[in-house]
Design a protein around this ligand. Structure first.
Ligand SMILES: *[C@@H]1O[C@H](CO)[C@@H](O)[C@H](O)[C@H]1NC(C)=O
Ligand SMILES: *[C@@H]1O[C@H](CO)[C@@H](O)[C@H](O)[C@H]1NC(C)=O
Ligand SMILES: *[C@@H]1O[C@H](CO)[C@@H](O)[C@H](O)[C@H]1NC(C)=O
Length: 358
């Protein structure tokens, strides 16, 4: 018996079979295919671990593992923007309940729910479009239709990389909308708000141009479309939120299934506009924690003692009053540079107060 491997055995016989399989793929099919197989192997595991995906979303996840990361980033961008826009509100974009890729879901079909759906749908479309432009995703890139064409009237040519927002929007539609599986009024509301978010993004695409010619003379000009900053979408949707429209469902078919939404007013048969945010239920006041509405309440929230607005303690704490916390803020100040070479500072301090809701 010997512990040394026998000379006649093939040199790879001790490697695990999975490694061999991958090696075989690498050698036989070019590195790109092999790489995507490795990614796909991981995707099965990753996609099954993501909580709250609908079956069709899980299928998209498995077939496009490169996109799922970008989808996650887009949804997170939507949640972050929501928290920024509502940082001074009683509702600060958090909710009780199950955590999904899209953050926490609101149970009540309120205008707050409308905002979260619109901003995540827009976030996913924005992130996918940006990733396409940077060449980070297979199957997409710059907008090919806007390449080389000459705009006769305005005297410029499409050039550079135009962001393919239609691809991003299409992708968002296929993925984000796939979570609406129940055939009820809330589904119609969610789908409308998803579409409104994407439409707001599409309407705010920008045109950027560059002049060419001796010393900037602009003998020729090339232009391309770019994505707006996502902050701009946040503000635009916040305005839509302030003007959100209450709707009700119309059951038009013989099966009395929810068919479309109309503005909730007596004797009105008007449909909401495409870019309106719509809601079907009144908002709770978000003062107390309440599992039935998903409200987390405002206990412990920071508030401003003197402000008469939403962030003021009166409004924020719903009349329950507030606690005062005093602390001493300490920092380095009056720093001077001495030759050579050190910096000398004083220590400054200040008594400060913060207020939190009872
Ligand atoms: C594209 O990929 C690069 C390198 O991985 C990364 O730094 C960048 O943030 C990605 N861009 C987008 C829009 O996902
Ligand atoms: C929102 O408010 C809740 C409840 O007071 C708090 O726990 C949470 O940290 C806040 N979230 C943000 C993003 O400020
Ligand atoms: C509180 O609100 C007042 C009035 O709106 C404002 O002047 C002040 O800067 C706010 N304080 C803080 C700490 O935000």
């Amino acid at each position: 018996m010997t512990l040394l491997p026998s000379r006649s055995a093939p040199p790879t016989s001790r490697l695990p079979p999975l490694f061999l399989l991958l090696l075989l793929l690498l050698l036989t099919s070019g590195s790109y295919l092999a790489l995507s197989s490795v990614v796909a192997l991981g995707a099965n595991i990753i996609c099954n671990k993501i909580p709250g995906l609908a079956p069709r979303q899980r299928a998209i996840c498995q077939s496009r593992p490169d996109a799922i990361i970008v989808i996650g980033e887009g949804a997170q961008m939507g949640v972050d923007e929501c928290q920024h826009q509502f940082r001074y509100g009683r509702w600060n974009c958090s909710a009780l309940g199950e955590k999904t890729v899209f953050g926490q879901e609101l149970r009540v079909g309120s205008r707050e729910a409308a905002f979260t759906y619109a901003i995540t749908a827009a976030g996913v479309a924005h992130a996918i479009t940006a990733a396409c432009s940077q060449g980070n995703l297979s199957n997409c890139g710059c907008d090919r239709e806007k390449q080389g064409y000459y705009n006769q009237e305005e005297g410029w040519k499409w050039g550079g990389c135009s962001a393919d927002v239609r691809y991003g929007i299409d992708f968002s539609r296929r993925f984000v909308d796939a979570r609406e599986i129940k055939k009820n009024a809330r589904r119609l509301m969610n789908l409308h708000n998803n579409e409104a978010g994407r439409k707001v993004l599409e309407e705010r695409m920008k045109l950027e141009c560059k002049c060419h010619g001796v010393s900037g003379s602009c003998t020729t000009k090339t232009c391309w479309t770019t994505l707006p900053k996502f902050r701009e979408i946040g503000y635009a949707l916040k305005e839509k939120y302030n003007a959100a429209v209450q709707v009700e469902v119309v059951r038009a078919s013989r099966l009395r299934q929810p068919t479309f939404l109309k503005i909730k007013q007596i004797r009105s048969y008007q449909k909401p506009m495409e870019t309106d945010l719509v809601y079907i239920e009144k908002s709770p006041n978000y003062c107390e924690e309440d599992a039935a509405t998903g409200s987390v309440g405002t206990q412990g929230r920071l508030c401003n003692r003197t402000s008469p607005h939403a962030e003021g303690c009166d409004m924020m704490c719903c009349g329950r009053g507030y606690n005062t916390h005093q602390y001493t803020k300490v920092w380095q100040c009056n720093c001077k540079f001495h030759w050579c070479c050190f910096v000398k500072c004083n220590t400054c301090s200040e008594r400060t107060e913060v207020f939190t809701c009872k």
